[in-house]
Design a protein around this ligand. Structure first.
Ligand SMILES: [Zn+2]
Length: 414
C-alpha cells in the first residue's frame, strides 16, 4: 500500500542502494520510537520500514512520562495522551517482588507482551533494540509514593521528580533495569537519570516572580532522608545547608532577584552549598553505578542520555566524568543547533566525560532542525566527523512518514 511505504522512486535520490548494502561505518544508528505508534502500525510492518532505512537499532520506550503527542502518520490516531509514568512490559515478580514501589503497567501490555512482540519483529529483520528508559521523571510514581520524591528546603514534595539518592528509588530502578535487560535488548538507554529540577515543564508552571539560575538551583535541591544520608557519608551537614538554602530563598522571595549570572559564580552566597553539590554528584554516580550493574548482570550495556553540553550540571547533579565511569555510552541530544556546532559540542562533552566513553548524538530528522534530506545528511555527517560513534533519530511517531527516507539517506552517508 502506498501509504505504508516511503521508498518511492522519487525518494531514491541520495546514497545509492549499493552504498546502503555496503553498510554504514557508524555501528550504532538508532530510531527512537513509542510502543503505541509501533503497535498501531503493526510490529512486522514497522520492522520492515525500519530495515529499509538502514539503521541498526530501534530505541523503544520501555517506560515514559506523561505527555500529549501529535502523531502525523499514525494509522489509528492523530493525537495521543500518554499514560503517566507507565511501563510497557509486563513486570516480572522476580525483579519487582520486593520493591517498595510497584510500576504502573500500560494498557498496551494488557494480556500481551508488547515489548517482546516488537523487539522480536525487529530482530526478524536484523534490527536490534535498546530500551529507552525514562528514569526519575515519573509523576505516577511521585503521586503514589510522595515519600520518595524530591523534597525542597521548605519540605514541599515534587511529584514529577523521584529522588535518585533515595534507596527505595534505586531499588525500583535496579528492578526495572534488570527486568528490561532480561529481554533480548542490547542496552538500556537512561533518560532523566538525574536530580530532576524544579523547572521541568511537566505542568502549567505558574510563577509571578523571575526565576534566576540561582533561584532555580536552590529550588531544585532535595533534602529528603536519602539525600541527607548521602551528604552525611561525606561529612556534609545537609540539615545545616537546608537552613541556609531556605534563608537565601526567603530573601529572594521577599526582595526579588534579577541576577542571571551562571550559578557557578554565585555558589558562595549560600554557606555549605558547594560541599552539598559535590555530595550530590557523588550520590548520583553511586545510584547510576548500582543501576548500571543491574544491566550488566545480563551482559547488556548502559547508555546515559544528557541534554546540555555544559558540565558539571549543578542543577541536575551530573558530573559527566563520574557518570562515564559506569556508562558504555553517553548520548547527547544535538537539538536546535547547526551542524557547524558539532565539533565544539563534542569537545565539551569529551572534556567532561573523559577520553574512553563512546559518545552518541541524537538528531531530529525534520522540524525544527532539518529542512530537507540534505539538511539531515549534513547533521549526520557533522556528528560522525566530530567523532560521534553513534547517531540516533528522534522519533518515529513525531515526524512525517516521508522523513523515513531522509533517515535512509543520512544513515547511508555515515
Ligand atoms: Zn533526595
Amino acid at each position: 500500500m502506498q501509504r505504508r511505504t516511503f521508498l518511492t522512486g522519487a525518494a531514491l535520490a541520495g546514497p545509492s542502494r549499493a552504498a546502503l548494502a555496503a553498510g554504514s561505518k557508524i555501528g550504532y544508528q538508532s530510531l527512537f520510537c513509542y510502543p503505541w505508534d509501533v503497535l498501531d502500525e503493526g510490529p512486522a510492518a514497522f520492522a520492515r520500514l525500519v530495515k529499509e532505512t538502514g539503521v541498526t537499532h530501534i530505541a523503544l520506550a520501555s517506560t515514559y512520562h506523561e505527555g500529549k503527542v501529535l502523531a502525523p502518520h499514525n494509522p489509528r490516531r492523530r493525537v495521543y495522551f500518554i499514560e503517566e509514568g507507565a511501563i510497557y512490559l509486563p513486570p516480572n515478580p522476580r525483579y519487582f517482588g520486593n520493591t517498595k514501589m510497584k510500576p504502573r503497567v500500560s494498557r498496551w501490555t494488557s494480556g500481551r507482551d508488547a515489548w517482546k512482540e516488537i523487539t522480536e519483529a525487529c530482530a526478524a529483520q536484523g534490527v536490534r533494540s535498546t530500551a529507552w528508559t525514562v528514569s526519575l521523571h515519573n509523576s505516577y510514581l511521585g503521586w503514589t509514593y510522595p515519600q520518595y520524591t524530591t523534597m525542597n528546603a521548605f519540605g514541599d514534595r515534587y511529584v514529577h521528580a523521584l529522588c535518585p539518592a533515595h534507596p527505595a528509588v534505586v531499588e525500583y530502578l535496579r528492578a526495572l533495569a534488570g527486568n528490561i535487560a532480561s529481554y533480548s535488548t542490547e542496552a538500556v538507554d537512561f533518560e532523566s537519570f538525574e536530580f530532576v529540577g524544579y523547572k521541568h515543564y511537566a505542568f502549567l508552571e505558574k510563577e509571578g516572580i523571575e526565576i534566576t539560575p540561582l533561584g532555580n538551583l536552590l529550588l531544585s535541591l532535595c533534602f529528603c532522608e536519602g539525600c541527607l544520608a548521602a551528604a552525611k557519608r561525606l561529612r556534609v551537614d545537609g540539615a545545616k545547608v537546608r537552613e541556609a538554602v531556605k534563608r537565601r530563598l526567603e530573601i529572594y522571595f521577599e526582595q526579588g532577584d534579577h541576577d542571571r549570572s551562571p550559578v557557578e559564580t554565585r555558589l558562595s552566597s549560600v554557606p555549605g552549598l558547594s560541599d552539598y553539590l559535590q555530595a550530590r554528584f557523588r550520590s548520583l554516580e553511586d545510584s547510576f553505578r548500582q543501576v548500571a550493574e543491574a544491566v550488566r548482570a545480563h551482559k547488556k550495556k548502559a547508555i546515559f542520555m544528557v541534554m546540555g553540553d555544559s558540565f558539571p550540571n549543578y542543577t541536575a547533579g551530573i558530573d559527566l566524568g563520574r557518570i562515564a565511569r559506569h556508562a558504555d555510552a553517553i548520548e547527547f541530544l544535538f537539538y536546535a543547533r547547526p551542524p557547524e556546532q558539532a565539533p565544539a559540542v563534542m569537545r565539551n562533552l569529551r572534556k567532561a566525560a573523559g577520553p574512553a566513553v563512546r559518545i552518541y548524538f541524537v538528531l531530529r530528522p525534520g522540524y525544527p532542525d532539518a529542512k530537507d534530506a540534505a539538511g539531515l545528511v549534513k547533521l549526520a555527517q557533522a556528528s560522525a566527523q566530530a567523532g560521534a560513534s553513534g547517531v540516533s533519530y528522534y522519533n518515529f511517531g513525531l515526524f512525517e512518514r516521508s522523513h523515513m527516507d531522509w533517515i535512509r539517506q543520512a544513515a547511508a552517508s555515515i
